[in-house]
Design a protein around this ligand. Sequence first.
Ligand code: HEC
Ligand code: HEC
Length: 286
Amino acid sequence: MSDQNKDQVGTTGHKWDEDLEEYNNPLPKWWVWVFYITIIWGIGYTIAYPAWPMIERATPGLLGYSSRAEVAADIAAVDAANAPINARLEATELTEIEADADLNTYANNAGRAVFQTFCAQCHGSGAQGAKGYPNLLDDDWLWGGDIAAIHETVSYGIRNDQSDMARYSEMPAFGEILEEDEIDQVVNYVLALSGQAPNDATLVDAGEEVYLSSCAACHADDGSGDTDQGAPNLADAIWLYGGDYDTVKATVTNSRYGVMPAWDTRLSEAEIRAVAAYVHQLGGGQ
Ligand code: HEC
Ligand code: HEC
């Protein structure tokens, strides 16, 4: 900028390194106007919409807008749009949902959403399960894998105190019932039964005796389990808590008590049916 310019606008008085000065150029007119307009807009906005925090809540705004009301209206609109298909889902026999292509597509999409929201924290987002939380992808079922059994499990849950109809059974803690050496015997037998090398092969025969008298009533003579009692199959390689010697010994000594919440109080019948259909079709449904 020339010295002539400096005479016109003056300087701010700031000066660096002897001769480096800051000119006092005015802001462009258009910029100043835009600035004033944003201030007016801002004040207008806080009058029209919820804005200033007060003790109880923010000022509501003249337009009466609320993002909560907007979400509630959106949800009501989706519910209303889905009402006919939800009614159809509730009216259709569980075993016939899969054959009805539209209904089945809807049930699977809705069921996936329910699963990700309410089930994934325990069963995993891919339904693969974790220690103590069964894998729902395989065809190994504690309480039964046909859609009616899954529907019942989801509706009332397992060993909870929320529902009178919850599935219930209890494996005794054998630490209080059997002698230590009997527990070692039966644990070795369970390892052999599931096709693993026992810790001490000489104990397996004695373990079979213990098994037949203390365990077979629930886990069946051949170890295949009993879905009426939620007793796992001990003869396969699939474990809920773990099949190594120490884990089986801990299960037998202290027992376990897997709890799953009831959902019939929290989800609609249509949502329960949707998630049951979704789980049934994940791969292991019977
Ligand atoms: C708080 C953890 C938790 C949540 C949440 C949960 N579950 Fe479970 N679920 C369990 C446990 C633990 C078991 C196994 C209980 C047992 O040992 O018998 C189980 C068992 C099941 C079974 C029976 C599996 C079998 O092999 O018979 C099904 C089906 C199931 N859950 C589906 C669901 C669905 C669907 C949801 C969501 C609506 C859900 N669960 C939410 C913990 C949970
Ligand atoms: C009253 C029925 C009952 C009896 C008797 C019983 N169990 Fe169980 N057992 C169950 C149930 C139910 C479970 C699942 C517990 C849970 O999920 O919380 C289970 C779980 C197990 C598991 C865990 C399996 C896994 O996948 O991790 C093992 C191992 C086991 N039992 C071994 C035995 C042995 C050995 C005996 C005999 C000494 C025995 N049980 C007696 C009902 C029984």
